[in-house]
Design a protein around this ligand. Structure first.
Ligand code: DGJ
Length: 747
């Protein structure tokens, strides 16, 4: 897209009068210097500064301008939202690109600033996703247009402050000059203050996503780069900089997230002058983004969150995501998934028996996982052949899907549309549709290759297949899998890298399907949590959080994924005992309580359970259904509990009238009896009736001594006393969590 020709600076923006722009929402202030001619820069980002007059705002700039120091450029550095070397910035540049080696450096000049929103009338640029809105009301947006006369580039920067206090930014770069401009990356940055002395981000791998890593904010660049062609199991949901020692309830934190499901990076950088930034953007492969004259590139949204503690930070993301137009089935249906029950062993009668057993314990959506399509008897063949296998299903999936619906459940189906097995009719017919760098095929992974959806014919084929399946079987839910990294992901015809095009094509495909089939839900799964980011999440209705269904492992995975993603999006299934991934045996209470704090499902062959075992399972599902209204709309809170043997987390209703907490004993405690636990996030002035849920009480039967009296009878107490003094933690065996309800008495 081309911008209007440059007409010189406008004088109508607040900044032209020299006053910085103060945006406030959801307890956050963002003060932007829009005076130009440089691109905007942040004078303050953090806790709400309250009402400020023009003089106070004007004083921010001289108070923060660096002086001249030895051996540094005479023009002190200016950090703009797109950092530029031409302003003496020697950290990571915002724009990396060139025109045949020239025009490698820029000095953009702001031409125009538009502002919209505020006072509850949010104006949000429409995101590319089908579900687009910047989030809850009260948001404000600033659009800056700038030109680079020498390099002949135009830039549009959009900055939004959502009602929740979350900030997001994206840039659009247009090539205005003759000759191709090669874009190697666009990285958008925000400064963080000096008190942000510690970093927290997450690594991990398949079935062990979101392993925390915490360390001092070092000098240099701490970059988390994703080069897997998908978000990655090791991708960090957030890169967080905070006051040393920050926790869920204390310490200021600033965080960045790049909303892109392809190659990407987020980084924290600290220069010798003390400058600290958080930044993010797409990470294109060499030569992947080439702009001919008149063409443009739009970056993904890069999100920046502030919080007084991690819960406050997470709440800003949760409120924002929950503000996306409601389209998901509510309340969230209980899912029954066939994978760990039968794997590839698909047979009609046993699957109908499984569906019946699921329905009996309260399941509301049956999902037929991998194994239903042509040639798919194991993971070596069939991907790409999206036709029901007549050898296994002579009448198609109708007998199963019809029975599922008769039982009052939705019918859901597993697909992995971006993939192809060499042993498939599709690969045999269209070998050129496989992603490859030139003629050499990439190494296989899980016996599969990647289908090049950047190829219009391949994309059209997949669209047609999925459309037809959803239509024929009235599919209400697709579990959309993606089981391998993209290695050497090129387009065979052009020989060029294709992750960007692939990512865009997947977004387009989801948008298309959702438009064609209103009400269709799609779960993002990539061997578990390998594709969890706000690019896909602006379209997805559920996240398959991890292939690890071991509840002890899941406690950690859900806790950390939940910093970005609201808990009701996190698919969490009660699975077999012993667990299939770890071989660990855990009580049903542990498996059920863990699943209750996400989007609960069952993935377990429960056909063989005897009547009492089924009743016990059904009782947990019933408790979940009773509480899910609260669980799925509440604030997710976590106590910074001093005893590492316990995790204490809860869900508190937005009006704080009710709450449900779980005490999760992870090991035996060093103290006996264990000390007090202190709930968090309650209304300090309100009186609550506190009691363990009946389903938790039998757990206490293991003890040979008396429980604390409040366990027997419950207790009524004022919120502030509960939060300050707490309650005696029950002496629980490891992996035996209990649930405690808090009900405002109004008195
Ligand atoms: C990986 C997924 O994460 C599993 O849940 C299951 O769907 C398998 N793929 C099926 O192949």
């Amino acid at each position: 897209m081309q911008f209007p020709p440059a007409t010189g600076p406008q004088t109508d923006s607040p900044s032209r009068a020299g006053t910085p722009l103060h945006l406030r929402a959801g307890g956050v202030s963002l003060v932007l210097d829009l005076a130009g001619p440089a691109l905007p820069r942040v004078l303050y980002w953090g806790r709400d500064l309250g009402e400020l007059g023009p003089e106070d705002l004007a004083a921010l700039e001289p108070a923060s301008r660096p002086g001249k120091t030895p051996n540094r450029p005479d023009e002190p550095f200016t950090l703009t939202l797109l950092p530029e070397n031409s302003h003496s910035w020697v950290g990571t540049p915002g724009l990396a690109g060139h025109r045949r080696g020239r025009d490698f450096s820029t000095r953009f000049q702001t031409q125009a600033v538009e502002q919209a929103g505020g006072g509850g009338s949010a104006r949000h640029a429409a995101p590319r996703g089908a579900q687009g809105e910047a989030g809850a009301g009260g948001g404000q947006a600033v659009v800056v247009r700038a030109v680079e006369p020498d390099a002949e580039l135009d830039l549009k920067l959009e900055v939004e402050l959502a009602g929740s206090g979350l900030i997001r930014m994206r840039g659009e770069l247009a090539n205005n000059g003759e000759g191709r401009y090669t874009l190697d990356g666009m990285t958008l940055a925000m400064p963080v203050p000096g008190q942000a002395g510690e970093l927290l981000d997450f690594g991990g791998h398949w079935a062990h996503e979101r392993e925390p890593q915490r360390h001092p904010f070092p000098q240099g660049t701490w970059a988390r780069e994703g080069r897997r062609g998908r978000t990655g199991h090791d991708a960090t949901p957030l890169l967080i900089a905070g006051e040393p020692g920050f926790g869920f309830r204390h310490g200021q934190v600033w965080a960045v997230h790049t909303a892109w499901s392809g190659n990407h990076r987020t980084l924290a950088e600290r220069l010798p002058g003390g400058e600290r930034i958080l930044a993010g953007g797409e990470l294109p492969l060499p030569g992947e983004i080439q702009l001919e004259q008149g063409q443009s590139y739009t970056s993904p949204w890069v999100y920046f969150g502030y919080g007084d503690g991690l819960d406050d930070l997470a709440a800003r993301f949760h409120r924002f995501i929950r503000g996306w137009p409601a389209r998901r089935r509510q309340p969230r249906p209980v899912t029954g998934n066939s994978w760990e029950a039968v794997y590839f062993n698909h047979q009609l009668e046993p699957l109908i028996a499984l569906a019946e057993a699921f329905a009996e314990v309260g399941v509301e959506r049956f999902v037929l996982d991998d194994g239903w399509f042509r040639h798919r008897r194991d993971d070596k063949a069939g991907l790409g052949d999206w036709h029901v296998d007549q050898a296994v299903w002579p009448d198609g999936l109708h007998p199963l899907a019809d029975r599922v619906r008769e039982l009052g459940m939705d019918f859901g189906l597993w697909v992995e549309p971006e993939m192809v097995n060499a042993d498939s009719d599709l690969a045999r017919a269209h070998p050129d549709w496989i992603m490859a760098a030139g003629r050499r095929l990439p190494p296989e992974s899980r016996h599969q290759q990647v289908l090049n959806l950047g190829n219009p014919a391949a994309l059209a084929h997949i669209k047609e297949r999925l459309d037809a399946l959803v239509d024929e079987y009235q599919v209400a839910f697709l579990k959309w899998d993606h089981n391998r990294d993209l290695v050497e992901p090129g387009d065979q015809a052009t020989g060029k890298a294709g992750v960007h095009a692939q990512t865009e094509a997947v977004y387009q495909l989801w948008d298309y399907l959702k438009e064609r089939h209103p009400g269709l839900e799609i779960e993002t799964c990539a061997s578990g949590g390998g594709r969890v980011d706000l690019g896909i999440l602006s379209r997805a209705d559920r996240v398959w959080t991890s292939d690890c269904t071991d509840a002890r492992e899941r406690q950690a995975i859900q806790r950390h994924t939940g910093l970005l993603v609201p808990p009701e999006f996190l698919g969490a299934h009660i699975s077999a005992d012993p667990n299939h991934q770890t071989g660990r045996s855990l009580p049903l209470a542990m498996r059920a309580v863990t699943a209750m704090f996400g989007d609960l499902g069952i993935e377990w062959d429960i056909r063989a359970l005897d009547a009492p075992a089924r009743q016990e399972l059904a009782a947990w599902v019933a408790v979940y259904k009773q509480w899910r209204g609260l669980l799925h709309a509440a604030d997710a809170v976590h106590a910074d509990h001093p005893d590492p043997a316990f995790w204490v987390h809860g869900r508190v209703a937005p009006d704080k009238s009710r709450a449900l907490f779980a005490i999760v004993p992870r090991s035996t405690s060093a103290e006996q009896p264990p000390g007090q636990f202190r709930p968090v996030g309650l209304d300090p002035a309100r009186r609550y009736r506190v009691e363990p849920l009946a389903i938790s009480r039998p757990v206490l039967g293991w003890q040979t001594w008396d429980a604390s009296p409040w366990w027997e009878d419950g207790i009524v107490q004022v919120g502030r006393v509960l939060m300050e003094r707490g309650l005696r933690t029950p002496d629980l065996p490891p992996d035996t969590p209990v649930l405690i309800s808090f009900t405002g008495t109004g008195g």
